[in-house]
Design a protein around this ligand. Structure first.
Ligand code: NAP
Ligand code: ZN
Ligand code: ZN
Length: 352
């Protein structure tokens, strides 16, 4: 298969800092779209993967699955994009397309496993893994490329491709809307999108944060109430008050404290993905017929639906735009919860 060289930013090992790497991308095949990447968000999953915290990383790795850019080439059978169009890529670049889940638009739950944007076996270039969006360019089958709304700031749109869809999908699935009392746990990249989206869907939103510095700011983002989760009294005051809780915490924490905040028939849905088990006390589920579940990103059609919803409601992420030379420092700040609320890499900095 014919390939081209591109600059990327990634790492050869869990311990080494990220640095400039040279990678190969395939030349467009008939259904492919080649995208010049302009901006790429930094998701906590990038950090989990770069540092092998999920124990499944194959090196070298180039993270990044919140990608927006411009189409630079299309294969001769591409119908949805032309050169010059804005385009976006999220967490997946392919799936089997035949299983019951792919047929239903739930490619993220593909029976044989979707091909993720980074750290998945590359079906086209057998000797390498897929490489993500911390790079100059990416080539993706048009079925997995999204249209970017023209009215939104492009850099601030990038985080919608993971943080946006990962929170939108469960909010929709659990029928959040007017009258819903929603809790959001963990005010990071995902959490801040969850506030904006749940509010736009008409819900009442209470945010639970460990960071005093985010209490006032959460209200600016639209939260109706903010609870400092380390304060037992504040937590007790919210017992049995919520229908739905979205937990977007990236580290081990006590789930039972949040199950206690659900009303009868309430659901606590995990999107945060620490590797360690989160023990659940049985009575916290039994008393009140509560559900504890999880949710993975969202399907391709649903991702487009989310982008269009954001365009209509004028929703983007609150971002800090950085150059590639700041990525390693950004990872350290992410670990401290020190970002309001998403780092986005200006990929122009990689071309210099
Ligand atoms: P992030 O920006 O780093 O936000 C995580 C937030 O969790 C922090 O801002 C902090 O919020 C809270 N937190 C961190 N450490 C904590 C601790 N020890 N105890 C309690 N709270 C803590 O991360 P993100 O990019 O939003 O991602 C969040 C998680 O979702 C990650 O594990 C990521 O891998 C996962 N994820 C899952 C999916 C999916 O499909 N399910 C998709 C994308 C990401 P406060 O300062 O407010 O306490
Ligand atoms: Zn992500
Ligand atoms: Zn499938």
């Amino acid at each position: 298969m014919e390939t081209k060289n591109f600059k990327a930013f990634g790492t050869e090992s869990a311990e080494a800092p990220l640095q400039v790497l040279n990678i190969q991308r395939r030349i467009v095949t008939p259904k492919d779209v080649e995208i010049e990447i302009l901006y790429c968000g930094i998701c906590h999953s990038d950090l989990h993967s770069a540092r092998n915290e999920w124990m499944n990383t194959v090196y070298p790795i180039v993270p990044g699955h919140e990608i927006v850019g411009k189409v630079t080439a299309v294969g001769d059978q591409v119908t949805k994009f032309k050169v010059g169009d804005l385009a976006a890529v999220g967490c997946m670049v392919d799936s089997c397309r035949e299983c019951e889940f792919c047929q239903e638009g739930l490619e993220q739950y593909c029976d044989i496993g979707a091909t993720l944007t980074f750290n998945s076996p590359d079906e086209h270039l057998a000797e390498q893994q897929t490489f993500g969006g911390y790079s100059e360019s990416i080539t993706v089958d048009e079925s997995f490329v999204l249209h970017v709304p023209e009215n939104l700031d492009l850099a601030a749109t990038a985080p919608l491709l993971c943080a946006g869809i990962t929170t939108y999908s469960p909010l929709k699935h659990w029928n959040v809307g007017p009258g819903s009392k929603v809790g959001v746990v963990g005010l990071g990249g995902l959490g801040h999108m969850a506030i904006k989206l749940a509010k736009a869907m008409g819900a009442e939103v209470t945010v639970f944060t460990t960071s005093q510095s985010k209490v006032e700011d959460a209200k600016r983002l639209g939260a109706d109430e903010v609870v400092l989760s380390k304060d037992a009294e504040q937590m007790a005051a919210h017992a049995k008050s919520l229908n739905f809780i979205l937990d977007a915490v990236s580290a081990p924490h006590d789930i039972n404290a949040y199950l206690n905040l659900l009303k009868v028939d309430g659901s606590l849905v995990l999107v945060g993905a620490p590797l360690q088990p989160l023990p659940v006390v049985s009575f916290n589920l039994i008393l009140g017929r509560k559900s504890f579940s999880g949710s993975l990103i969202g399907g391709i059609a649903e991702t487009q639906e989310m982008l269009d919803f954001c365009a209509k409601h004028n929703i983007t992420a609150d971002i800090e735009l950085i150059g590639v030379d700041q990525v390693n420092e950004a990872y350290e700040r992410l670990l401290k919860g020190d970002i309001k609320y998403r780092f986005v890499i200006d990929i122009a900095s990689l071309k210099k």
